[in-house]
Design a binder for this molecule. Structure first.
Ligand SMILES: [Zn+2]
Length: 485
């Protein structure tokens, strides 16, 4: 072998060795591979009900040592997480180049770590009575996963607090606390049996009866204190003041007037025959015919009764004359305005007192006798206040007032304007009453001249037939009608 040939051979050998070394390096020591890099987190956690956003992945073909060689490859993504359900799913990323295959998996966890939200409703100015259980103002509870959990909230009241607790299906717990606002704004209600005014006849032992109950404390009757006392052996008006406090400190008071007065003497007990008694009564005056009437009554020494009004103030002086002559001056009404006086009990007694003030001014003395405008059986009052006549009649009794109706109708209030008819109506009705053994309470109006003109004949007829004319007093027959409202 020539030298040159040997040299060539060595060169070829060395080259072959070098190539072999490069090949070993390239495909043995440096490993080629497909590398996949995922963007975003792994595992990827999603809070229910958020949606999954695919961040994707990159793939490159590269070597472990010859990493400067980078050849990008398309990535195939497989799988999609079900974010409607809690749990784990996988996304697979794949890329291929000739014999090389790369793959990566991303764990996707759909989870619920959020506690339910409790919302407490509150009502403006809401409060709970002390020592009373809290009455719920309301609440709602919503969970991100379980939805409406209001029904499942557990509540517990303790030491002025209400605890609301809920745990969702993933074990997340929420709690809310409400502070109970305690208050008591109403004092006890005092009930005076028999009403705010009571009449006791002299000598009757006084027995007080009342009760008190409180919204928070219940029956507090035994805590009531009473100021004042009643001596039923001495006539007069006695004031009793009732006071009671609830445990919150609210005080209530009530006042009662007890009228002690002589027991009225029944007219019938003084006369052998009640059917021979006539009570002439005149409503709606005094007016322009009143003086004329007083002269007639005087002439025969007959005493009558005037249920007065303030319709004609210029004739108010007649009340003084009536009283001086021994007639009874009683209350009818100040205004005679049905809509006004029958609107309420307060309105009625205000009008009543206004007229009694006039009577007191003109006669020096208030009256305890009265006649309801329209009589106690009127139904016109029902259009202003249902049941008011029933209540007024009861109140009148407690106030110590006696009301009178009538059992002889003269007809002068509308059915006639004729003196003769008035006379006949009165006489025939008196005769009918006598027949049944009743005394007669006659209704006329001294503001009607034709009616006043019948009085003299009525008196003459009465005296001729053995009747006695009397003024009304508390012991007189009341001739009550049946109350119809
Ligand atoms: Zn009248």
């Amino acid at each position: 072998m020539s030298k040159t040939k040997k040299k060539k051979t060595r060169i070829v050998l060395i080259a072959a060795l070098l190539i072999a070394a490069v090949l070993v390096f390239c495909f043995g020591i440096n490993r080629w591979q497909v590398v996949i890099t995922m963007h975003g987190d792994d595992p990827q956690r999603i809070e229910f009900p958020d949606t999954y956003e695919e961040k994707g992945a990159d793939a490159v073909f590269t070597g472990t040592i010859l990493s400067f060689v980078r050849y990008s490859l398309p990535v195939i993504t497989e799988g999609e997480p079900d974010t409607e359900k809690l749990g784990t799913s996988w996304i697979t990323y794949k890329a291929d180049l000739w014999l090389w295959h790369g793959e990566a998996k991303r764990e996707v966890i759909v989870e619920d770590t959020t506690a339910p939200v409790i919302h407490l409703n509150s009502i403006d100015d809401y409060y709970t009575l002390p020592n009373h259980p809290y009455k719920e103002e309301g609440y709602t509870c919503v969970d991100n996963h379980d939805g409406d959990l209001t029904e499942k909230v557990e509540t517990k009241e303790e030491d002025g607090l209400v605890y609301y607790t809920i745990t969702d299906s993933s074990g997340n717990t929420a709690q809310m606390t409400r502070e109970i606002v305690y208050d008591d704004r109403n004092g006890p209600v005092i009930t005076l049996d028999g009403g705010k005014e009571l009449v006791y006849y002299n000598g009757t032992p006084f027995h007080d009866s009342y009760s008190a109950s409180d919204d928070a404390d219940g029956d507090v009757t035994d805590k009531v204190t009473v100021e004042g006392s009643v001596d039923t052996s001495v006539d007069g008006d006695y004031k009793l003041t009732y006071r009671v406090k609830d445990s919150w400190g609210n005080e209530s008071t009530a006042v009662r007037i007890v009228h002690v007065k002589p027991r009225p003497v029944n007219d019938a007990s003084k006369y052998a025959d009640a059917s021979k008694l006539i009570y002439l009564t005149f409503d709606d005056g005094p007016g322009q015919y009143t003086e004329q009437l007083l002269e007639i009554l005087d002439r025969y020494k007959v005493k009558a009764t005037f249920f007065t009004t303030s319709a004609y103030p210029a004739y108010a002086y007649c009340m003084t004359k009536e009283a001086q002559a021994g007639h009874t001056v009683a209350v009818h009404t100040a205004t005679h305005n049905y809509a006004q006086i029958y609107a309420s009990e307060d309105a009625y007694w205000a009008d009543f007192n206004r007229q009694n003030d006039v009577i007191e001014k003109m006669t020096g003395k208030r009256s305890s006798l009265f006649r309801f405008p329209g009589g106690s059986s009127n139904t016109v009052s029902a259009s202003y206040n249902s049941g008011i006549m029933t209540r007024l009649a009861a109140q009148a009794q407690n106030k110590g007032y006696v009301y009178f109706d009538w059992n002889v109708t003269s007809g002068d209030a509308g059915t006639t304007t004729n003196t003769e008819t008035v006379y006949n109506n009165v006489v025939s009705a008196i005769q009918a009453n006598s027949k049944h053994g009743y005394p007669s309470v006659v209704l006329q109006h001294d503001v009607k001249g034709f009616s006043v003109n019948a009085v003299e004949r009525i008196i003459l007829w009465g005296l001729d037939n053995g009747y006695v004319f009397l003024p009304l007093s508390e012991g007189s027959p009341t001739a009550h009608h049946t109350i119809a409202n």
